[in-house]
Design a protein around this ligand. Structure first.
Ligand code: ADP
Ligand code: MG
Length: 350
C-alpha cells in the first residue's frame, strides 16, 4: 500500500542528509573513486549523486526501488560477514516513495547507459506518472557509473517538509556528511557543488593523505595539530592473550588533535565502525574524559577514529536515522581505544 510505504519511508529518511548518506554509501559500495554531489535548496529541490562505480545492470533496473531489493546479500550466511554498508535494500525504495527519483547508469560491459524514473517504488514514465508495465529504461549515451537524481524530496509529506530547517541548515548537514566520508574514504575523491554555482564547496582527490583530507574538510589548524592513532588487536597483549583472541578482530586507525582548537565549532567526533559513519556516545564520553587530563576543561579536540571490529560482533543493521551503533565487548574495546589515546597524548612534548 503506497500510503503505508510513504509513511515508512518518511521514518527512514527524515532529512535530505539521510538520503544523501544512503546514496554515498551505495556509491562507495559500488567501488567508486569519484563521487560528485549537486544540491539545490538544501537538498529539498535536488540531490544528485554521480559516481564512477560499477553501475547497475539494465535487467536490475525494474526492481531497483522495490523494498528489500538488494544486490548485497547473496545468501543468509552473508548476514554475519557482510562488510558493505547497506544490505537492507530499503534506501532507494524509501526515497522513491517520497520524491521523484531518476537513475542513469552504465556498467563497463554495456555499450549504452540506461535512464529510468521511479514512482512509489516502480518504474515510471519520465513525468513520474504512469507506472504501466510497458515503461522501460531508456538507452542513452553515458559514462560508466551511476547517477541518482532525487527531486522534490518530501513533496508528498507536507509535515516532513515543515519540520525541516532552513535550506542553508539542511545544506550544512549534507556538507557535514560528505566531509566525514571524505575524511574517511581514502580512495575516493568527493566534489560538492550547489546548483547554479560553478565553484566546488568541498573538493578532494582520491588517495590524498589523511592529513590533507582533514585539512580540506576541517581546516589547517586542525590538520597541523594531528597525532596518529593506530592499534592492532593482534599486538595488544593482556595476561598473555591478545585483544583479538579475546574480542575478535580489532583494528583502530585515526587521528586526534593534541590541543583544543576552536571551542565554538564543537565538531562532533568522526567515528566510523566497519566503514559506516556512526555515532557512539559511550566511546565519545570515554575519549572526552581522557582529554580532560591533558586539556583545559570544556576543550574540544578533534577526533577521527575508524574501528574495524569482527562483523559478527557489530549490529550494522542500524536504522538510517539512528546512527548510534552497538557492538559486543563494547566496554572492553572502548577501554583499549582510550588507553591508546591516553598513551599518545602522554607522549606529546609539552
Ligand atoms: P542496499 O544498499 O541496502 O542494497 P539500496 O536501496 O541502498 O539498498 O540500494 C539497492 C541496490 O541498488 C543496491 O543493492 C545496489 O545493487 C544498487 N545500487 C544503488 N546505488 C548504486 C550505485 N551508486 N552504484 C551501483 N549500484 C547501486
Ligand atoms: Mg544502500
Amino acid at each position: 500500500d503506497s500510503v503505508i510505504n510513504k509513511i515508512a519511508a518518511g521514518e527512514i529518511i527524515i532529512q535530505p542528509a539521510n538520503a544523501l548518506k544512503e546514496m554515498l554509501e551505495n556509491s562507495i559500495d559500488a567501488r567508486a573513486s569519484s563521487i560528485e554531489i549537486l544540491v539545490k535548496d538544501g537538498g529539498m529541490k535536488l540531490l544528485q549523486i554521480t559516481d564512477n562505480g560499477h553501475g547497475i545492470n539494465r535487467e536490475d533496473l525494474p526492481l531497483l526501488c522495490e523494498r528489500f531489493a538488494t544486490s548485497k546479500l547473496a545468501k543468509f550466511e552473508d548476514l554475519e560477514s557482510i562488510m558493505t554498508y547497506g544490505f537492507r535494500g530499503e534506501a532507494l525504495a524509501s526515497i522513491s516513495h517520497i520524491s521523484r527519483l531518476s537513475v542513469v547508469t552504465k556498467t563497463a560491459d554495456s555499450q549504452l547507459a540506461y535512464k529510468a524514473h521511479y514512482y512509489n517504488g516502480q518504474l515510471a514514465s519520465p513525468n513520474f506518472k504512469s507506472t504501466t508495465a510497458n515503461v522501460e529504461p531508456k538507452p542513452i549515451a553515458g559514462k560508466d557509473g551511476t547517477q541518482i537524481i532525487v527531486e522534490d524530496l518530501f513533496y508528498n509529506i507536507p509535515s516532513r517538509l515543515k519540520a525541516l530547517r532552513s535550506k542553508s541548515e539542511e545544506f550544512s548537514k549534507i556538507l557535514d556528511v560528505i566531509g566525514r566520508y571524505a575524511v574517511h574514504s581514502e580512495g575516493v575523491g568527493f566534489n560538492c557543488k550547489k546548483f547554479g554555482e560553478s565553484y566546488q564547496i568541498l573538493s578532494t582527490r582520491p588517495n590524498l593523505p589523511l592529513k590533507e583530507r582533514i585539512r580540506v574538510v576541517f581546516g589547517t589548524s586542525i590538520a597541523n595539530d594531528l597525532l596518529d592513532i593506530a592499534l592492532d588487536g593482534d599486538e595488544t597483549k593482556e595476561e598473555g592473550e591478545s585483544a583479538k583472541e579475546k574480542y575478535g578482530l580489532i583494528k583502530v586507525k585515526g587521528a586526534i588533535t593534541s590541543s583544543s582548537y576552536d571551542n565554538k565549532k564543537k565538531i562532533q567526533p568522526v567515528f566510523f565502525i566497519n566503514n559506516r559513519l556512526v555515532a557512539c556516545d559511550p566511546l565519545k564520553r570515554a575519549i572526552t574524559s581522557v582529554f580532560q587530563y591533558f586539556l583545559p576543561k570544556g576543550s574540544h579536540p578533534f577526533i577521527y577514529l575508524s574501528l574495524e571490529i569482527d562483523p559478527q560482533n557489530v549490529d550494522v543493521n542500524i536504522h538510517p536515522t539512528k546512527r548510534e551503533v552497538r557492538f559486543l565487548h563494547e566496554d572492553e574495546i572502548i577501554e583499549l581505544v582510550v588507553d591508546k589515546v591516553h598513551l599518545v597524548l602522554s607522549n606529546v612534548d609539552k
